[in-house]
Design a protein. Structure first.
Length: 59
């Protein structure tokens, strides 16, 4: 059950990453916000990957 939930969350994170990547950024502020969101999602994906691999990461 936990593995199913982790897989569901990983798929959701990847979909959100695609959505953020597809957003248009017309101003420097929008570009900065888009990059901030992308970095947060990428960090969450990396933490989940490390957790799944059993590798301790920065906590």
């Amino acid at each position: 059950e936990r593995e199913e939930n982790d897989a569901r969350l990983a798929a959701k994170a990847l979909e959100k990453m695609r959505a953020v990547t597809a957003e248009s950024a017309n101003t420097p502020e929008e570009l900065a916000e888009k990059e901030r969101k992308r970095a947060i999602i990428a960090a969450a994906i990396e933490r989940a990957r490390q957790k799944a691999a059993g590798t301790p990461g920065k906590e």
